[in-house]
Design a protein around this ligand. Sequence first.
Ligand code: AMP
Ligand code: MG
Length: 401
Amino acid sequence: MESLESAQARILRDVSPLPSERVALDQASDRFLATGARSIVDVPPFDNSAMDGYAVRAADVASASPTAPVELRRVDRIPAGEPPRARIEPGTCARIFTGSPLPPGADAVVMQEDTRVDSDGSDRVRVLDRVAPWDNIRFRGEDVKIGSEILGPGHRCSAERIAVLAACGIAEVDVGRRPRIALLATGNELREPGSPLPAGCIYESNRVGLAAAVRRLGGDATPLPIVPDDLNATRQAFLNARERCDVLMTTGGVSVGEMDLLKPAFESAGGVMEFWRVALKPGKPFVHGRLGAMLWFGLPGNPVSAFVTFLLLVRPVILRLQGAAQLSLPSVPGVLSEPIQNRGDRRHFMRVVRDEAGAVRSAGRQGSHALSSLAASNGFIDVPPDTSLPSGAPVAVLSLH
Ligand code: AMP
Ligand code: MG
């Protein structure tokens, strides 16, 4: 049996990013940069005003106050998007707006609220307060310098990062290709939601749930038809999947019962097994192999076991295939608000709810079939074998959101 860490390392050892593709920036959302992106401009591209007001020479208004205003002559009006037409000489100013280019000669902007103009349209502006040199000015390149790397390879194009890439003049980025992930559920008892449920059968839930999890990570998920517990049908399903995907995830049929046909079917289809079983609860009967270029992950049938092994063992693969740099689940600190025990001999990834203040409690029943507590949870804690944790114990919560 593999330890979790050794299983993770063995799986990732042979996984490298898929070839990259060039996409328009608005198609890059949540994808991973294959090559770093550099700014093609200074941001902002020119010195400009941070305020609506008047561009001045600071020395001209050094003595200005409400009781002793300084009067300047307005020589220009500079709307955003237009170049200045006049130089600011001593005794003059220009009407200016937020984002308008600073005219030559000016070295500060007085905000509109500190000025008075007559309503008769005269070009006289009274300044009621002083400004220091360079007040209310945003300097060329102060946010991003031309040529500097904005985002390195392996970083995810979040909404905020897409905004900065756009500001830097970048219209297209190289991102890792989305992996094609096929999902296959095995079991005679499984029925599609929406169809009748004969005695002894259950509704199939793993494919649709895992497909959603795959898509959330950027994978291209394809659920395949349910496969009965039949060696030939299962072998055929492996051969069909081999043509269509980078990764095949199956659920069920990898335990030790006589209906657990996945491993023999995989080998008879020409697959090569890498390992079976990981010292983990829930999720021990996890299996990994390869069939040609396709990676196979055989997840346990129990829905919670399937999700836990997905998160710990398959999620990193989906990210690595896209070129992601960060592969592990984010971990946030918390404090137990109730005692928690693991009486078993395998580490137990327990479903928990962590509230906004960091208090952590069990999400409910921890059986590997109990989906409602999985749905209620927002993370897991990794509890070592034979361990009792008291209320108040600090814990690391592997965060799902
Ligand atoms: P197995 O690993 O095939 O022995 O399945 C273990 C348990 O998980 C059994 O109770 C199955 O009925 C259940 N199970 C297997 N596959 C699924 C699935 N796709 N959706 C929901 N439950 C499943
Ligand atoms: Mg089964």
